[in-house]
Write a protein that binds this ligand. Structure first.
Ligand code: NAD
Ligand code: LMR
Length: 328
């Protein structure tokens, strides 16, 4: 017997991440090849955006995806989020060349207050929310604070792109397969301050730290490369990362919904005080997932350098949070 369709809302659906994301969701790469989906797509009311969305929908139709049980176009979050089981909040203003992430904060805070309230009012009470639009952690925090009737744990921010970037750099450095890397963690904010941490990582059971054995490379090459990868892609493409961001969103939601079988992944989630992070800060943590729930990997030792890195990314998040306080 076939499964009942689930509702997947995607905002910014006519944008460049949307274009790299929707076809993969519709083909079953996110929720499984046996899970029909109804896409509830949100764009701004602007005629150009709505027209572009119509074009994307025509292309989705032309794929004749067997799992695509319905497609809806919306310009109002109150209808777009109705009964939605999964919400991927992508729509936001992307960063252009020379623009700082802090410039994005004010421009985007408004969007996520409205959308948080709409989720609160009309979404499924079990909705799983992923915020991709930057600054992702703080936007997720705003959406969570704007949705007091939904469990805070349902709101997450995307750190998975940083996790995947870190894995790829480690694979290149060690000459090993990226698929064999386990126990990698990225702490904190999706920004250059994030702390990619391979101290516990293994490949085929062997310690990555011992394999690389080069603390200078860690501090002077690895961390800046992963941290500034988004900016490097903008400099090269003139546009922010899109296919890799969409891929990370698929990875995040798939792992949250379907489980990681004990494998560590990174999710930005509201802290409950773990590792000394103040409650409610939307922080990147290593997690495992099972039965649709994530669980922080606890008990890891935090050495002096790691603590310094964690404090730096935490302070940035607290500053961002402080900058939007008046809007909540
Ligand atoms: P884009 O400009 O191509 O598309 C964004 C789309 O969102 C546009 O079509 C726009 O009309 C729409 N939009 C804007 N405000 C909206 C609203 N209130 N409701 C619904 N739709 C709205 O941008 P993109 O390249 O797709 O990037 C989207 C966001 O993702 C940006 O904020 C970008 O910085 C961010 N991003 C995050 C990560 C991450 O790892 N967290 C990685 C890459 C990009
Ligand atoms: C990325 O990491 O690629 C995006 O968040 C784009 C950016 O603004 O850095």
């Amino acid at each position: 017997m076939s499964k009942k369709p689930v509702r997947v809302a995607v905002t910014g659906a006519a944008g460049q991440i949307g274009y790299a994301l929707l076809f993969r969701i519709a083909s079953g790469e996110m929720l499984g090849k046996d899970q029909p989906v109804i896409l509830q797509l949100l764009e701004i009311p602007d005629e150009k955006a709505q027209n572009a969305l119509k074009g994307v929908i025509m292309e989705l139709e032309d794929c004749a995806f067997p799992l695509l049980a319905g497609i809806e176009a919306h310009s109002d979050p109150m209808t777009a989020f109705k009964d939605t089981d999964f919400a991927l909040l992508v729509g936001a203003r992307p960063r252009g060349p020379g623009m700082e992430r802090s410039d994005l904060l004010a421009a985007n805070a408004q969007i996520f207050t409205v959308q948080g309230k709409a989720l609160n009012a009309v979404a499924s009470r079990n909705v799983k929310v992923l915020v991709v639009g930057n600054p992702a952690n703080t936007n997720a925090y705003i959406a969570m604070k704007s949705a007091p009737d939904l469990p805070a744990k349902n709101f997450t921010a995307m750190l998975r792109l940083d996790h995947n970037r870190a894995a790829s750099q480690i694979a290149a450095k060690t000459g090993k397969a990226v698929a064999d890397i386990e126990k990698l963690a990225v702490w904190g904010n999706h920004s250059p301050t994030m702390y990619a941490d391979y101290r516990y990582a293994t490949i085929g059971g062997q310690s990555v730290k011992a394999m690389i054995n080069d603390e200078q490379w860690n501090r002077e090459v690895f961390l800046p490369t992963v941290g500034k990868r988004g900016a490097a892609i903008i400099a090269a493409r003139g546009l922010s990362s899109a296919a890799s961001a969409a891929n990370a969103a698929i990875d995040h939601m798939r792992d949250w919904a379907l489980g990681t079988n004990g494998k560590w992944v990174t999710m930005g989630i509201p802290s409950k005080g773990e590792y000394g992070i103040p409650a409610e800060v939307m922080f990147g943590y290593p997690v495992t997932t099972e039965n649709g729930e994530y669980k922080i990997v606890e008990g890891l030792e935090i050495d002096a350098f790691s603590q310094e890195c964690i404090n730096k990314t935490l302070n940035e998040l607290l500053e961002e949070q402080n900058g939007v306080k008046h809007l909540l």
